[in-house]
Design a protein around this ligand. Structure first.
Ligand code: FES
Length: 130
């Protein structure tokens, strides 16, 4: 399992104020692709998706990696958060299990996380009881 490969799904159905179909999300997909290409970042795919069910907090993204926790984050825009999304994605990519240390989380991720979801097969380590 390649733990460095990851995907950022970006909702392209989200609409910000005064934006048409694909407004904020589509701009974010294109800007992120350009940014990762310019940085020669390998293993990060940026893919459009329709509705991540966080419609009141556009634009919404999900960070997904094999064997890693998935993060769902809202309130992001290409204009304001592009560098922070890239920074968070690279931290996510470096992480062993997808959980990015708090100090490495940009402000928009500290405020914008909607949910985190464990990877398939996850089991909590039960405390031993005597
Ligand atoms: S339309 Fe973007 S999360 Fe639903």
């Amino acid at each position: 399992m390649d733990q460095s490969a990851m995907t950022i799904f970006v909702c392209v159905s989200c609409r910000g104020q005064g934006e048409g179909e694909g407004g904020s999300g589509l701009a974010l997909v294109n800007a992120l692709r350009d940014k990762f290409a310019a940085a020669s970042a390998e293993g990060v795919a940026v893919k459009p998706v329709e509705c991540l069910a966080v419609c009141k907090r556009p634009a919404t993204v999900a960070m997904v990696g094999a064997g890693k926790w998935t993060y769902l984050v809202g309130d992001l825009t290409a204009a304001d958060h592009l560098d922070e999304i890239v920074e968070a994605a690279l931290s996510y990519q470096r992480s062993e299990n997808g959980i990015v240390p708090w100090k490495e989380r940009p402000a928009s991720f500290r405020k914008g996380v909607v949910a985190r979801i464990p990877p398939l097969g996850f089991e909590i380590q039960e405390q031993q009881t005597t």
